[in-house]
Ligand binder design. Structure first.
Ligand code: UN1
Length: 498
């Protein structure tokens, strides 16, 4: 693997097609090594103001460009991303820590989104509907909302940004993007790609920052008509209440407490593979990560044994090494949160079967590494079985029946993803109907959503909107109803109906 390098030591905002320096900055740390990767700007209100001014102006022009031509830019973005896939993947591993194979997968998710949404440029379907009056034509079509704000997380810094920015752009909006402080490089690289692809200046603007400074300014700006946010529950709820006060449209995706159900008739080896991949891949730092295994009591011991045996093969380290399966935890705060849940689980009486500690030996000491962890004999109401941990920690909850499994799966405040391993076709269909989550898998783990399907969840996971899929367009467009009367006379709806 030839090591890639960044062209700069300090990133700049991208506003109105210009790279704008900000005085204040903070270090981005590679979680695998503890070393500084780059400095990220700490912007304030004035950067958001400049970005909105640029975006407002650019959006008026951009909305007039025919959608198939807007899509041409996205095709170019896709081609450049494809050409640069390896570079982007390595940089992603350096800032986020995820293992290189997963980084390549994430970049691929972004490439797929580019081509998929570019295709929407030739669809963006509206509807024609029969009018109730004679010689009258009625239709509904999508129109851009204007300037939209997107706030993206560190765990999928490029894929989630593409889920939000690509539909927004193809639909004729301009975008203000606040990327996560921990992972600004993907935003910087993607902004450069937009620039090279020929996106007119001001259509995308990237404003870096830390804490809530930039996000707050975006949420409170009257000219930003939509906020699309993926991140923590607390932040999402604050954004939602602020947006509520202003009647600003908001789309939220705020995590999960996703379960794999293993029934007595399941292929146990397949279930073990599914659990390992979805619980310990990305070190459990996915919204879709499996952090509960609801297991039929008759196969509990077999599952425990096989899981423990397979967990021994999980190599932990710097994800740039192709042989590594589990990378680091994003930062110290993430690490402290995971550790606190280990104590909580032990105090609640769950049995710790494996892991439960930070790796501090010479090979790992400088990075933030946590051993893949397995609790068993957890009960559905324990905090480790209810709250999102965002780390490589999974808890087995034994149940007596299929019905109980479904009830336990649904008995949490989140509703993002769920999975069932069974070979009984009736159970498969009942489960897909009864599992109260936005995503359901049969005989696969809880991760691995594809970009052309809607991504999001029920209950506390969000507020009913979806990322990716054609459904993402609903966030970034308004429906306009249009009536054309060609009767040559005044026809009053509801009154002059013959
Ligand atoms: C996330 O963790 O927020 O389905 C996104 C998956 C990935 C996306 C995860 N395609 O696990």
């Amino acid at each position: 693997m030839t090591a890639v390098t960044l062209q700069t030591q300090k990133l700049s905002n991208y506003i109105n097609g210009e790279w704008v320096e900000v005085n204040e900055s903070t270090a981005v740390i590679n979680p695998a090594t503890g070393e500084e990767v780059v400095q990220v700007p700490l912007s304030g209100d004035e950067s958001v103001e400049a970005a909105v001014t640029a975006a407002k102006k650019a959006q008026k022009e951009w909305a007039l460009v025919p959608a198939p031509q807007r899509a041409e830019v996205l095709y170019q973005v896709g081609y450049i991303m494809k050409e640069r896939k390896e570079r982007l993947s390595q940089l992603l591993t350096m800032e986020n820590g995820k293992v290189i194979e997963e980084a390549r997968g994430e970049v691929q998710e972004g490439i797929d989104m580019a081509f998929y949404m570019a295709g929407e440029g030739r669809r963006l379907f509206g509807q024609t509907t029969p009018a109730e009056l004679k010689d009258k034509f009625a239709m509904s079509q999508r129109t851009p909302v204007g300037v939209v704000g997107i706030i993206t997380p560190w765990n999928f810094p490029i894929a989630i940004a593409t889920w939000k920015s690509f539909p927004a752009i193809v639909a004729g909006n301009a975008v203000i993007w606040k990327p996560a402080t921990e992972t600004p490089i993907m935003a910087y690289e993607l902004a450069k790609i937009f620039e090279e692809a020929g996106l007119p200046k001001g259509v995308i603007n990237v404003v870096f920052g830390a804490g809530s400074a930039v996000g707050d300014a975006m949420v409170h700006h009257d000219d930003i008509r939509v906020i699309s946010f993926t991140g923590s529950n607390d932040t999402g709820r604050n954004i939602a209440s602020e947006c509520g006060k202003q009647l600003k449209k908001v789309s939220l995706e705020m995590g999960g407490k996703n379960a794999v159900i293993v029934m007595d008739d399941a292929d146990i080896d397949l279930a073990v593979e599914g659990i390992l991949w979805s619980a310990f891949g990305t070190s459990g730092q996915r919204c879709t990560a499996c952090s509960r295994v609801i297991v039929h009591e008759s196969v509990k011991e077999t599952l425990e044994e096989r899981l423990l045996a397979s967990m021994e093969n999980l190599s932990i380290g710097n994800g740039l090494d192709e042989s590594i399966k589990v990378g680091p935890i994003i930062n110290h705060a993430g690490m402290e949160k995971i550790k606190s849940y280990i104590d909580i689980g032990k105090n609640e009486g769950a049995k710790l079967l494996a892991g439960g500690y930070e790796l501090t030996d010479d090979d790992h000491g400088k990075g933030n590494y946590f051993a893949p962890t397995l609790f068993t004999d957890a009960t559905a109401d324990m905090r480790i079985a209810q709250e999102e941990i965002f780390g490589p920690v999974v808890s087995l909850i034994p149940v007596k029946s299929f019905e109980e499994a479904i009830e336990v799966n649904n008995g949490v405040t989140y509703g993002l993803s769920s999975s069932i391993f069974t070979n009984d076709v009736n159970r498969m269909f009942k489960a897909q109907r009864d599992l109260d989550t936005g995503i359901v898998y049969v005989n696969a783990g809880t991760t691995g959503a594809e970009i052309h399907l809607p991504f999001g969840g029920t209950k506390g996971t969000g507020n009913g909107h979806r990322d990716s899929g054609v459904q993402a367009l609903d966030v970034f467009t308004e429906w306009k109803a249009i009536y054309v009367d060609y009767s040559g006379k005044l026809q009053r709806a509801q009154i002059d109906v013959e």
